[in-house]
Design a protein around this ligand. Structure first.
Ligand SMILES: Nc1ncnc2c1ncn2[C@@H]1O[C@H](COP(=O)(O)OP(=O)(O)OP(=O)(O)O)[C@@H](O)[C@H]1O
Length: 282
């Protein structure tokens, strides 16, 4: 890990115009300060509606930076969006693989769209498929893949452009525990092999605890706590001696004032988004 900064957000605010009244408008992101160091796996954690995806979309230049500053490896996301996009691999929550193409064709398509150097393209496609353990299934139609395989294919699509920053939005939502472990195994291996920075959102606290170097706990558009999972647990133990062995769920409750289960209830839109994501990979 280096001292270089991969992602920096300063006082980032994002308000949706068509907002929900109970949120006092729709301030999805409410003044976020965040630094992701080069080479780390950084987790943005929180329940549905916390503002994770909105933050990710600002970092990936898919939303304009309305207020505040966002930069990726020193490139301002508003002023230099093209330079930022060249450094990114992004796996969104929505399906990004085409069921009517083979795994290999899907990855080749991304290699062309993201302008991987022509001379290296074929080799990059082979390597990206191998990195996610899809070499044998590469020439099958993606429509025949399991949910876990689709997720790994989408990972290969993002890796083929050799990004410096890999952004994963809920990479394991809707997958069974074995498939979830399979996705993380590949992410960990790629990170070890390349030193790539990984920014991941999840509401699975156990996964974040196991795989993230540092985490930011988000709730209602704000970061409630930030640090390594161990640092956060140590803080909870110090502030609440009744908690002798807190989990990250306990840490979330301590800093946000509510349980993840309460926070998870969300609203109709939140539930619909989760179901859509879960069913698309299921
Ligand atoms: N296009 C939109 N228009 C209006 N409000 C939106 C829009 N997208 C998100 N929101 C609202 O912004 C808030 C933050 O949503 P966001 O998707 O960033 O949360 P999240 O933490 O990523 O949760 P999820 O995992 O459910 O996507 C929520 O209250 C949500 O309803």
């Amino acid at each position: 890990m280096s001292d270089q900064v991969a992602v920096e957000c300063r006082q980032l605010v994002y308000t949706f115009e068509r907002g929900r009244k109970k949120d006092g408008g729709a301030r999805a992101v409410d003044g976020i300060d965040l630094t992701v160091r080069a080479g780390e796996v950084f987790g943005l954690l929180g329940p549905n509606g916390a503002g994770k995806t909105t933050t990710i979309r600002a970092i990936t230049t898919l939303l304009p930076t309305a207020r505040g500053m966002v930069a990726v490896f020193g490139h301002d996301c508003s002023a230099e969006p093209v330079a930022v996009r060249r450094l990114l691999g992004y796996v969104p929550q929505q399906l990004s693989a085409d069921a009517g193409l083979t795994g290999r064709e899907n990855v080749e398509l991304f290699a062309r769209v993201f302008d991987a150097p022509r001379a290296e393209r074929a080799e990059r496609v082979v390597q990206a498929l191998a990195a996610v353990d899809l070499t044998e299934a590469a020439d099958r139609m993606a429509a025949t893949y399991s949910g876990g395989m689709v997720r790994r294919l989408e990972l290969a699509q993002a890796l083929v452009s050799a990004p410096r920053l890999l952004v994963l939005d809920e990479p394991t939502i809707g997958l069974d525990p074995i498939a979830r472990a399979g996705v993380w195994e590949r992410v960990d291996a790629v990170r070890r092999a390349t030193g790539m920075t990984v920014l991941v959102t999840t509401h699975y606290m156990d996964e974040a605890d196991r795989h993230c170097d540092r985490v930011a706990l988000m709730d209602r558009g704000r970061i409630r706590a930030l640090g390594t999972p161990e640092e956060l647990k140590t803080r909870v133990r110090a502030e609440d001696p009744a908690q002798s062995a807190p989990t990250l769920d306990d840490v979330f409750r301590h800093f946000s004032g509510r349980t993840l289960a309460d926070a998870k209830e969300g609203d109709f839109g939140d539930v619909r988004r989760t179901r859509r994501t879960a069913s698309r990979v299921g």
